[in-house]
Every structure is written in structure tokens, then in C-alpha cells.
Ligand binder design. Sequence first.
Ligand SMILES: C[S@@+](CC[C@H](N)C(=O)[O-])C[C@H]1O[C@@H](n2cnc3c(N)ncnc32)[C@H](O)[C@@H]1O
Length: 167
Amino acid sequence: MQTITLQPIGVIHTPFDTLEGMPIQPAGAAEVKGRVEVEETYAEGLADVDGFSHLILIYLFHHSRGYHLTVTPFLDDRPRGLFATRAPRRPNPIGLSVVALESRQGNVLHVRGIDVLNGTPLLDIKPFVPAFDAPTASAVGWLTGKAGHSERVKADSRFREDTTQVK
Ligand SMILES: C[S@@+](CC[C@H](N)C(=O)[O-])C[C@H]1O[C@@H](n2cnc3c(N)ncnc32)[C@H](O)[C@@H]1O
């Protein structure tokens, strides 16, 4: 299989230095402010992002090692298939968050609603466009009746780096 090498384009700064107790989705971090520092090399590419109220941040779960294909997610007490969850320990530990853009100062984006660890490497930024990204979903699987709980449920240690479980 092909090996892919990605280069971070910046870093996401947040108030969260430990996994335990932090939000599990942007809905639970609505008032949490973060700073997205984009490398100067890529700053030109930020032109026009100011026109969007929300951005999609794509990043590396850099404190994630290994994975299990069946996991018990934060919002459930039953095991689920990894790819039916947003668990951070994955074969390719990539996460995404839709955040509110408050302002831009040159290569720095001030955002709100961020659910990642301080120092998370940023891989990409895309504008959030409801017509592209928010289809009316007719089914949310095991998250039925549970997705809204992400506003209050906090992360615990279940996906902490644990070398005894690394695949
Ligand atoms: C459930 S994931 C959801 C992230 C993203 N909104 C998504 O859906 O891909 C969020 C959790 O991942 C963990 N996490 C956040 N940043 C991380 C990082 N840089 N490395 C490892 N784990 C991280 C924390 O436990 C956090 O509560």
C-alpha cells in the first residue's frame, strides 16, 4: 500500500493541555476560543477566508497511537465499529472540526468552538458551506438521541495513549 507523507500547514492553539475533561465535539466547546497559526509559507492561501462564518479544520490527532476497530465511544456504553465513531485513535488519526471564525490577523485565525488539544498539527482548512457540507441527514445510526449529549459529555481517559494497546 502507498505511504503518504503530509506536512502540517500550521498549529492549533487551545486551552486544553490534557485529554481528560476536554470537550468531545465543537458543540461542547461553543465558547472555547482557539488560535490557528498558519505557517507564513501558506498565509497567501488565507485570502478570502474572512468571508466565511465557519471553517472546517482538518488536523492530526498527534497524541493518538494505535487503534482498535471496535471501540466504546464517549457517547455510548456499547462497542461500535471504529468508522461509525469519531474516536481519535484511528489507523490514520485525522480529525475535523467545524469552528466559528471570529477574526483573522494575517496568518492567525481566531476561532471559537474548538475541541482539540493545544499544539495539534493543522493539515488543512476549508470553508464550511452549508449547501455542500450540511445535507439533511435522515439517519444518524447509534447516535440517535445521543448526538446532542456532546454538548455536556467530556472526554475521559479511554483513548489516551496506551502503548499496551497499540496495534
Ligand atoms: C471525539 S474527538 C472529535 C474530534 C473532531 N471533532 C472529529 O469529529 O473528528 C475529540 C476528542 O479527541 C481527543 N483529542 C483532541 N485532540 C487530540 C490530539 N491532538 N491528539 C489526540 N487526541 C486528541 C480528545 O479526547 C477530544 O475530546
